[in-house]
Every structure is written in structure tokens, then in C-alpha cells.
Design a protein around this ligand. Structure first.
Ligand code: MLT
Length: 244
């Protein structure tokens, strides 16, 4: 038997939970999705940071040739940065073999809090790959939603439900997965929205905000379930693809 917990807002992250669990971090719109795209496009690694000034200092210390400064505030590219947080800005021609220093409002802020503890990054685009990876490991799992400004966001909760329900069904024949109340809530939301992600993105708050900025194509991109079968792993301050 193993336990699967889903923490629906970042305020729920507590140090005691971090040790001894397989950790997963989710920010569907858009940090997780963009990280998956960047790695599939050949980025060498991604260094997530919480603050803009910290990102600038880190990028400067790495030298400009192979480093890109990436991120957003209020959904828009940060002035002076090379790339924003749209997955469509991360084709191979721009990011192959580059180190990306990434600073986003909720997603990389959550990762900065998880620094030092190995964490897998998930969105809808790589949910199946993450479930397969977790199913191949032993141990209890804790899934953290980046949420929105410290609170709940519907798309992250649905994605968390996708992961816990996926693990439960993958292990069904060999091991019982005991779901926490948060995981049960996420699973119920997955059952409601999992087959209608475009519909989810019509009602979810941050999705509507991104659409109002003209990022509708990002929503379509983020809704493509299992389109990017990559497992980004955050360890020792760097995100790389599992096979690296
Ligand atoms: C975040 O980390 O807050 C998001 O990825 C925001 C966004 O760019 O949509």
C-alpha cells in the first residue's frame, strides 16, 4: 500500500511533507507546460528562481552566450528578458543546448520552495509520462499545486487529480493507493474535467485571464494531454529531462 497526497494550494507545503515522499509540482498554466516544451526542444537545463533580480544575477554569472532569461509577471514577458512564459516561444531554434534561467509568478516560486528535494514537474502535456515514472518507483507520493497567488487554481487541481487517478489505475493490480482527502477532491475534479480540458480552460480564472491577453493558443497547447512525453526532474537547483 502507498499513500498519495494532493496539496491544492502552495500554502499547504510544509517541510515535514517534503522528506520521504516522491514529489510532484504542477503549474499547468503555464510554467509546467513551458518547461516540458523547452526540454523537448532540447534546452540543456532550466534553473528556476523566485525573484526577478535573482534571475538577472544568476544569468549574468553564467555568461550570455548559452543562457536565456525567461519568465513573466502578470502573464507578460518581464522587460529585458529574452523569453516570456508562452510554450510557443520555446522552439528548438531558440532553446536548443541553452540554459534557461526561469522566473514565473507561481510556478518557479513553488519550485524555489522545494529546492533541495528532488521533484518531478507535471502538466497535462506529460501526465502519462509522469504516472509511468512514479509507477516504476516505490514510496508515498505528494503532489503540490502552484495555484494562483498563494491560493487554489482549478486547472492545477484537475491535473493533480489526473496524476493521482492515473497512478491508482496503473497500480490497481499490484498495489493499493490510499488517497488523501485532497487527492480524492482532485480525482473528482479530474472525473468532471479530464476529458474536456478546452471546456475547463473556458471557465478557469487564470485561463480566462491568459485568453484576455491573447494567449488562447497557449491554452490549446496546454490542453493536449500526453503530447510531450517528458519527465522533467528538479534536483540540485536544475531541471533536466529524466533521461539526461
Ligand atoms: C506562473 O508561474 O505564475 C504562471 O506560469 C503564470 C503564467 O505565465 O501564466
Amino acid at each position: 500500500m502507498r499513500r498519495a497526497s494532493l496539496f491544492l494550494s502552495p500554502g499547504d507545503v510544509a517541510d515535514g511533507i517534503l522528506q520521504g515522499h516522491l514529489l510532484v509540482a504542477i503549474d499547468v498554466l503555464r510554467a509546467s507546460t513551458t518547461i516540458c516544451q523547452a526540454l523537448v526542444a532540447g534546452a540543456r537545463d532550466i534553473l528556476p528562481v523566485a525573484e526577478i533580480e535573482e534571475a538577472k544575477r544568476l544569468a549574468e554569472s553564467l555568461g550570455q552566450e548559452n543562457t536565456l532569461l525567461c519568465g513573466e509577471r502578470e502573464g507578460r514577458i518581464i522587460p529585458g528578458f529574452d523569453l516570456g512564459n508562452s510554450p510557443l516561444e520555446y522552439p528548438s531554434e531558440k532553446v536548443k543546448d541553452k540554459t534557461l534561467v526561469m522566473c514565473t509568478t507561481n510556478g518557479t516560486a513553488l519550485l524555489a520552495r522545494l529546492k533541495g528535494v528532488e521533484t518531478v514537474i507535471a502538466g497535462f502535456v506529460n501526465a502519462g509520462a509522469v504516472v509511468r515514472h512514479l509507477g516504476s518507483l516505490k514510496g508515498d507520493m505528494a503532489v503540490f499545486c502552484a495555484g494562483l497567488h498563494g491560493g487554489f487554481s482549478l486547472e492545477d487541481a484537475v491535473c493533480g487529480g489526473t496524476i493521482v487517478a492515473g497512478l491508482e489505475s496503473r497500480l490497481a493490480r499490484r498495489e493499493r493507493v490510499l488517497l488523501s482527502d485532497g487527492a480524492l477532491a482532485g480525482k473528482a475534479l479530474f472525473q468532471r474535467w479530464g476529458k474536456n480540458l478546452p471546456g475547463l480552460f473556458k471557465v478557469a480564472h487564470h485561463a480566462r485571464y491568459l485568453a484576455s491577453l491573447g494567449f488562447e493558443r497557449d491554452l490549446a497547447f496546454a490542453a493536449r494531454m500526453n503530447s510531450l512525453p517528458v519527465v522533467p526532474v528538479y534536483r540540485e537547483g536544475r531541471i533536466t529531462s529524466l533521461k539526461n
